[in-house]
Design a protein around this ligand. Structure first.
Ligand code: SF4
Ligand code: SF4
Length: 337
């Protein structure tokens, strides 16, 4: 509840409580279905690979400055592959912890996760894993199962699997996956998302409506038996009926996403391009939409309050920008007189 109130306050004063940053344009992998390198991810004329990015002290200083300006409650660090900037992150992450910010870093674990990260407060390292070893290794080489198991040793990571159609063809596949990673001591929790296609996308990854129903039912059955599987009933219910558009998605409304030059916006959400919201399976979106379904005393849904507050916040932002523009113009007018 405290988190909701803090987020609500941030929105009312014209801030977005969540920030997502593509910290680098580089990644040594080339996974099928990767949205970050999709040609539509950043719009028609630019791609993540052609964007300029930063490294060294310049990255450290610019990223921390962005965080000081935006003052998010939660920061997602994504890529590209964040671990290609592990030296910079060795400076950035402890500073974010000192600022009291909750940080989630999404990685393929293609290289060792620095040992000292395991003790940084409020840091969650989420390792993306695409199914069981044969399928994962084929899709994500060189970040293979063997390497991941070595590179997460001594950590307490979250395993995040995005379920694609390839994974629902064999009965018992999901349970095998959950059983395997539940048994790994370095894994604290397991998250599951469903593959979110772009509008009109026809691909091997795209789930059919019946696949979605099946995965949600399986996860519901697995939950009580595998405590590390962190997918609650409300999140599963939200996955069954995703928002119809970004304007109905709380996650998109409360999150500012920027790419590797730390300026280029990613819209309408971190997927970029033209995501098919009605087939969204993003766990973050489902989690926030689950919160949005709660009703406040008086029966008003939390989602309606967030939408209304977002409009007030946008007005506050516009007024603030207008006031800042007027203040900037003032000395020039004085000089002209
Ligand atoms: S590791 Fe992530 S950013 Fe890199 S290609 Fe795979 S999905 Fe894309
Ligand atoms: S997170 Fe999902 S529902 Fe929200 S804007 Fe993106 S694709 Fe649409």
């Amino acid at each position: 509840m405290e988190g909701i109130l803090r987020a609500w306050h941030a929105i009312l004063v014209g801030r977005q409580p969540c920030l997502s940053v593509e910290i680098t344009r580089e990644c040594p992998l080339s996974c099928p279905g990767c949205y970050a390198y999709n040609t539509e991810h950043l719009g028609d004329r630019i791609t993540l690979r052609t964007l300029s990015d930063y490294r060294g002290d310049e990255l450290v200083n610019r990223l921390l400055e962005l965080v000081r300006v935006e003052r998010p409650l939660h920061l997602s660090i994504v890529g590209g592959e964040p671990l290609v900037r592990y030296r910079e992150l060795n400076s950035i992450l402890p500073e974010l912890a000192r600022m009291g910010i909750h940080v989630q870093l999404v990685t393929s674990a293609v290289r060792p996760i620095p040992t000292e990260w395991a003790s940084i407060p409020r840091l969650r390292v989420a390792v993306s894993i695409d199914g069981l070893q044969p399928e994962h290794d084929a899709r994500r080489k060189p970040a293979t199962y063997d390497r991941i198991l070595r590179h997460i040793a001594g950590q307490h990571v979250t395993v995040h699997c995005t379920v694609t159609r390839q994974q629902v063809r064999r009965e018992g596949y999901l349970e095998e996956f959950v059983r395997f990673w539940s048994a790994v001591a370095d894994v604290e929790s397991i998250w599951i998302s469903l593959y979110t296609p772009q509008i009109g996308e026809i691909s091997d990854e795209r789930l059919r409506p019946a696949d979605r129903e099946q995965v949600v039912a399986e996860l519901d059955a697995l939950r009580p038996r595998y405590p590390k599987l962190d997918v609650g009933p409300e999140v599963l219910a939200a996955m069954k009926s995703p928002p119809r558009s970004p304007s109905e998605c709380i996650f998109a409304q409360v999150t500012r996403c920027v790419s590797a030059d730390l300026r280029q916006p990613i819209t309408p959400c971190q997927l970029g391009g033209h995501p098919d919201c009605s087939n969204c399976g993003c766990m973050a979106s489902a989690g926030l939409n689950a919160v949005g379904r709660h009703r406040l005393p008086g029966g008003v849904p939390v989602s309606a309050v967030f939408v209304w507050s977002g409009k007030v916040g946008a007005l506050v932002r516009r007024l603030r920008t207008t006031a800042a523009d007027a203040a900037a113009a003032q000395p020039q007018e004085s000089t002209a007189r």
